[in-house]
Design a protein around this ligand. Structure first.
Ligand SMILES: Cc1cc2nc3c(=O)[nH]c(=O)nc-3n(C[C@H](O)[C@H](O)[C@H](O)COP(=O)(O)O)c2cc1C
Length: 206
């Protein structure tokens, strides 16, 4: 089993990375392979709504989004992390998620995950909400914790002092680990994900 942890901060070893690393430590303790995927510092295009998504790929091939979709297809669970910018997730994470989920929804469906955010002070729950909206329109089970999955700090050193934030990361990771093992046991017992009903797509006016 593998979990993909996406760092939506361009500060590759910053506060969000500390939170993701705490999650990874618990998952690895339980024998689950982890990869921290850095969105990095380079430009990431936003979705242009062209409808050209093809075979689980975005039309744009000049950034990391198609690699993200490929890695998602090979993963069993997800953690998406972001710093809070003006009370929302980083633009780079939102651009990557919009394109990856629009072009590559099957790579995420029926796989559990959660979001983590890092902030100096405020905007955390609004940011969690924005990230998790991608999960809840994509048939992903959302994993919870003992508190909302946030850490506080402006530097990695400050985040390491956020004892409750790190505890929340560990509890979320333990719940993800448990759910992944339940899903695997279910598959072995013949319990497979449901096939979603399709056919009705209305835009309120018809
Ligand atoms: C452009 C920008 C906007 C920010 N906006 C907020 C904010 O709205 N609320 C907040 O608490 N911190 C805000 N911060 C601080 C970061 O969220 C905080 O330092 C975070 O832990 C950085 O994570 P990172 O090291 O993983 O990038 C902002 C930082 C930047 C650069």
């Amino acid at each position: 089993m593998k979990v993909l942890l996406v760092n939506g901060s361009s500060r590759e070893n910053g506060c969000t990375f500390i939170a993701l690393s705490e999650v990874a430590r618990v998952l690895e303790r339980d024998g689950i392979e982890c990869e921290i995927f850095q969105l990095g510092k380079g430009p990431i295009r936003d979705c242009i709504g062209c409808g050209g998504c093809n075979r689980n790929a975005c039309v744009f091939n000049d950034d990391c989004v198609n690699t993200l979709i490929q890695k998602a297809a090979e993963s069993d669970g997800f953690v998406f992390g972001s710093p809070v910018y003006y009370a929302h997730p980083s633009g780079r994470l939102l651009s990557a998620l919009d394109r990856a989920f629009y072009a590559g929804k099957p790579a995420f469906a029926h796989k559990p995950g959660f979001a983590v955010v890092s902030a100096r002070r405020a905007g955390t729950t609004a940011s969690l909400d924005a990230i998790q909206k991608h999960f809840t329109i994509s048939e992903m089970p959302v994993v919870s914790s003992s508190y909302w999955t946030m850490v506080h700090g402006n530097t990695p050193t400050e985040v390491l002092q956020d004892a409750e934030g790190l505890q929340t990361m560990r509890n979320a990771a333990a719940n993800l680990s448990w759910l992944l093992r339940c899903i695997e046991a279910g598959k072995k017992a013949g319990i497979l994900p449901p096939q979603a009903e399709t056919g009705n797509k209305t835009n309120f006016i018809r």
